[in-house]
Write a protein that binds this ligand. Structure first.
Ligand SMILES: N[C@@H](CCC(=O)N[C@@H](CS)C(=O)NCC(=O)O)C(=O)O
Length: 202
């Protein structure tokens, strides 16, 4: 299988970190996905043109991080990252919320990178406010988090590290002791260290 990726993308990191947890990190060929070139191999795999995307050997194309993680999870004989039973919906809800954090961060980056004079302060602020709202929700919930490291927690870790990497000045840690404590507990995990935005290279 081939994974279309790019360094720093929090969605890509979620997939790669999940592959590490599942003992499958050496099973995918990781290549750079060029989302600015409609003629690139990425677009042959996924006309959405976003990374991550994964091309399977049987010709199936998977074009979203949630879908790719679900596929990897189904292929591994290790402990599942997507729980079954009642824990399932909390895990998936947490993943969706963390993906919202990633999306909002990517949206801010897209806005501030627009040509001078076309950047909208209102649009930028809207996405920055969204980041704050999602962080506050996680802060409320984090004190109840246990030791499990399912897909909801993996996505949360990737989204927080992405914020630290891109928006250090935002200081997501400020006023959020539960989230800081939770992050400290998992940031040193082998899969997290191996895929950290400052260390992972493709
Ligand atoms: N919902 C998608 C989001 C992926 C996404 O937004 N990827 C960004 C990079 S972090 C991207 O490919 N952007 C290129 C573009 O929008 O042209 C997923 O979970 O995989």
């Amino acid at each position: 299988m081939k994974l279309f990726a790019a360094p720093v993308s929090p969605f890509v990191r979620k997939v790669v970190l999940a592959a590490h947890e599942l003992g499958m990190s050496d099973q995918a060929e990781v290549v750079v996905g060029d989302y600015n070139d409609k003629g690139s191999d990425l677009f042959k795999c996924s006309p959405i043109g976003k990374i991550p995307a994964m091309a399977l050997a049987d010709g199936t194309n998977l074009c979203d991080s949630q879908l790719i993680v679900a596929y990897l999870d189904s292929q591994s004989d290790k402990a599942a990252l997507i729980p079954t039973g009642s824990a399932r919906w909390e895990a998936l809800a947490s993943e969706a919320l963390a993906d919202g954090l990633m999306d909002a961060g990517v949206d801010v980056m897209r806005e501030v990178r627009r040509p001078e004079g076309t950047i909208s302060a209102d649009v930028e602020q809207k996405f920055r406010d969204r980041i704050v709202g999602i962080l506050d929700r996680f802060e409320q919930e984090a004190s109840a988090y246990g030791d499990e490291f399912h897909i909801g927690r993996i996505a949360l870790l990737c989204s927080l590290d992405y914020l630290s990497f891109r928006f250090a000045e935002m200081e997501w840690q400020k006023g959020r002791p539960n989230l800081v404590a939770w992050h400290e507990k998992f940031a040193g995990r082998a899969s997290a260290v191996a895929t950290h935005p400052e260390s992972w290279k493709i």
